[in-house]
Design a protein around this ligand. Sequence first.
Ligand SMILES: C[S@@+](CC[C@H](N)C(=O)[O-])C[C@H]1O[C@@H](n2cnc3c(N)ncnc32)[C@H](O)[C@@H]1O
Length: 243
Amino acid sequence: MTDKKVVPYQEMEASKKEQIEMMFDNVAPRYDLLNRIISLGIDKHWRRKAIDILAPLEPQRILDVATGTGDFALATLSLEPKEIVGVDISTQMLAVAREKINKKKVGDIVKLKVGDAENLPFEDNSFDAITVAFGVRNFENLDKGLKELNRVLRKDGKLVVLELTRPGKFPMKQLYDFYAMRILPLIGRLISKDQNAYSYLPESIRAFPEGQAFIQHLEQCSFQATEWMPLTFGACSIYTGTK
Ligand SMILES: C[S@@+](CC[C@H](N)C(=O)[O-])C[C@H]1O[C@@H](n2cnc3c(N)ncnc32)[C@H](O)[C@@H]1O
């Protein structure tokens, strides 16, 4: 972790949370397109892997935190749960998610709620499984968020976190650094029209605890049987823990 505050709009006084909300409200209409381009379409495969981990649990109530435009929440429909709740601080991201849910006519199963991961609007022990894809890196206070996830998860329930990480080995490390620091902000700027959003992305990945360091946060926040699995040469990682 670096000491520099990693936020989307360095020159602004607003808190990280306010800036994150603003940034995702800005990029919401183009977020899905950018996701496919930037991840070269691999993001769907990563979500699939994470969902496969939950299958043996047969979760009936699933919470998707930082649900954004709802792709992860919708993908968990394959687990045939009774209810999926997607929660996010960005109303514009949720507006895109709502359109998809309406189009698929799954509104009776997939519910959306505006809410903050660090102060979740749910009772203790409410969910059998919790998913978070590319969200924890954006929390203002990581441990506060993880403790909240633990609070609303039922005993023996499972948390699955997907997060972007950095490949550690030659030559993928060098290729990745070039892509993340040079190409990605350029594509992001051109398509999202937000000057800062896609420079924040590689900077926030660089500053975020990964691998064993993230596992330590999970354990400090009372998760047990934690595991970590790198995907695609370490460009993404799946973390799991139970309550
Ligand atoms: C990179 S997007 C990921 C969206 C989605 N999970 C996906 O897989 O595409 C990150 C999302 O996290 C949300 N977010 C960031 N901090 C949050 C918080 N404290 N509580 C709830 N949502 C948050 C943002 O608004 C944004 O929609």
